[in-house]
Design a protein around this ligand. Structure first.
Ligand code: GLP
Length: 242
């Protein structure tokens, strides 16, 4: 793991956007793994600006998102497909065919999960996987006790995650879908490079366990210690527990 500790969250997001832009310029047909969550919003804003102002070209890029809520169609304003359209895809030159988000409305979610992994493999594999960190240590929706070798599958969300994401559902945790489709920890580890972005003091303790603790299924993010090319971008608040 390599750590880049930035003075504040704004700087951390700028560094993350620069790493992604560099990847696209270096390899225009990059396969990018993308994430959702509040941390990513400003990063996508910066990438959209880089496209508009400096011609960052997404025309040959393929994307695969980490996860999606089971039961939410892509038109639902809390689905991760909707998030991706509004925060990034609608602002850059990608077609829907180039972008992949697990289909939360699939009639057979298990088959959808299997097909998703097949589709990642058929694309040649993910070059750069962007990741956020849940306050319980999850990456994607791989909750504590997810097998380190897990593949894309249907999971039941932790109570802590329902609470953490309740803000997006009018503050009501009972409105958050209880199941999700997520790339597995093993799927994530297959990416050629991983980029974990963590900001804010609320994640300082869990970040310290991810980076310095034992590799354990209790803290799914700690699996990134096993990855050959993992860059962790932090602000000073998130790094304060190291
Ligand atoms: C959701 C996503 C995760 C993301 C997490 C962190 O749970 N499934 O992939 O890492 O949110 O979100 P935030 O950046 O809002 O703290």
């Amino acid at each position: 793991m390599k750590l880049a500790i930035c003075p504040d969250a704004t700087a951390a997001r700028q560094v993350a956007a620069r790493v992604i832009s560099h990847q696209i310029r270096k390899k225009p047909a990059s396969v990018l793994g993308l994430a959702t969550g509040r941390t990513m919003e400003a990063i996508y804003r910066l990438l959209a600006r880089e496209h508009t102002e400096h011609g960052l070209d997404f025309s040959a890029v393929t994307t695969f998102n980490l996860d999606e809520y089971v039961g939410l169609p892509g038109t639902h304003d809390q689905s991760y497909r909707y998030y991706m359209q509004t925060h990034l895809f609608d602002h850059v030159n990608v077609t829907t065919a180039q972008t992949h988000v697990p289909d939360g409305a699939a009639s057979d979610p298990d088959a959808e999960a299997e097909a998703y992994d097949t589709s990642i493999a058929a694309s040649g594999g993910i070059d750069l996987q962007l990741l956020g960190l849940g306050e319980n240590g999850h990456i994607g929706f791989n909750e504590p006790l997810s097998a380190l070798s897990s593949r894309t599958r249907v999971v039941t969300l932790d109570c802590a995650t329902l609470e953490q994401n309740a803000g997006m559902f009018g503050g009501d945790a009972t409105k958050v879908p209880t199941r999700a489709l997520t790339m597995g920890t093993g799927t994530i580890l297959d990416s050629r490079e991983t980029l974990l972005v963590v900001t804010g003091a609320a994640k300082a303790d869990i970040l310290a366990r991810v980076v310095e603790g034992p590799v354990s299924a209790l803290v799914p993010g700690s699996a990134l210690q096993l990855h050959q090319h993992c860059l962790v971008i932090l602000d000073e608040a998130a790094a304060s527990g190291l």
